[in-house]
Design a binder for this molecule. Structure first.
Ligand code: ZN
Length: 328
């Protein structure tokens, strides 16, 4: 089964990639539009999804995890999947995103090194597998899970995620992995001495994004609305919007200052200046695409212009494809 899948991926003519992986696509070398991809029909997490992840190049190797300490009681865990922000303190352990269930033992080992014992609370920045699939483990182990209400709804059933070069068949989450607390526009709570605010400013990377602002400590986790890996993805197939992503980042910039630690969904930790530069690049690419659409160019013709290469290199076509789709 595994070899069949990988062969299928190879046969489709692209190099496997993931929302968190390093830039690996060769698509922009030609600047041509990607042909429609067959959906991989897989029914269960255990039988199919893991093998798709292997096709992404993920191995669930614990040694791939690394932890960067932030301010007192805070750290970011990097690995296969979205960046995890950890808060450890008197009230317990809070995770913002939880990667993949296969890694939960390795994640717990990192959390213990930070002084935590177990995961008490998880905030999902959105419902995508590489950020929230770890709910399968930590929900089962008793963590309270919080998400924006649209993400909670998305987790209850299966959804294809069109990553342009591959369609990822995300499965429904089991009951223990579904958030027990959902919010619409905003939700605030206090944990470990921190006032923490969750915000949704409408559709952006998905329709259910949560911007997580640790107001007391001055840290913000952007989820995939802020992606510093270079591989920027808007889930236009599930209601995501380039305009909404820009709006969400602009709203967030109003909340933070020059000292704020900005944790992206993927990529390195940066600051407000970097987030400002990032949104400016999105606005520039968006304007370039819209200009060509006004002239009547189709997606393939727009891709040939390499409008995003200046900012996103070989990953430009992914952003253009999804931005174009969300504008269309
Ligand atoms: Zn995502």
């Amino acid at each position: 089964m595994k070899s069949t899948l990988i062969l299928t991926v190879a046969a489709l003519g692209f190099v496997a990639c993931s929302p968190s992986g390093p830039p690996q696509t060769n698509q922009s070398q030609t600047g041509t539009a990607t042909p429609p991809i067959e959906r991989m029909a897989l029914d269960t997490y255990s039988d199919g999804q893991k093998q798709v992840l292997e096709a992404f190049g993920w191995t669930f190797d614990p040694t791939k995890i690394s932890t960067a300490p932030l301010k007192e009681g805070f750290a970011v865990i990097f690995g296969e999947g979205g960046n995890i922000l950890v808060s450890v303190g008197d009230d317990g352990v809070l995770l913002v995103d939880d990667q993949m269930p296969e890694m939960h033992e390795a994640l717990l080992a990192e959390i213990r090194k930070l002084g935590g014992k177990k995961v008490d609370k998880v905030v999902n920045t959105h419902w995508h597998f590489d950020h929230a699939e770890g709910n399968r483990a930590f929900g089962e182990l008793g963590a309270e899970i919080i998400a924006q209400k649209n993400s909670t709804e998305y987790m209850k059933s299966a959804h294809d995620i069109n990553l342009v070069q591959i369609v990822y068949p995300q499965q429904a989450y089991p009951e223990a992995a579904i958030p027990t607390l959902s919010f619409k526009d905003a939700y605030e709570f206090n944990m470990n001495g921190n006032d923490i605010a969750l915000y949704n400013f409408g559709p952006a990377h998905t329709t259910g994004d949560a911007i997580v602002h640790f107001k007391t400590t001055n840290i913000v986790h952007m989820g995939d609305v802020g992606n510093f890996s270079g591989m920027v993805f808007i889930d236009a197939g599930n209601g995501g919007s380039i305009d909404g992503a820009i709006k969400t980042i602009r709203k967030t910039l109003e909340l933070i200052d020059d000292q704020t630690v900005v944790v992206p969904g993927h990529g390195p930790i940066k600051d407000k200046a970097a987030l400002t530069a990032y949104v400016t690049s999105l606005e520039t690419v968006r304007a370039r695409i819209a200009e060509q659409m006004t002239k009547g160019l189709n997606l393939e013709e727009i891709q040939a212009l390499n409008l995003a290469e200046e900012f996103f290199g070989s990953n430009g076509p992914l952003l253009i494809d999804r931005a174009y789709t969300s504008l269309n």
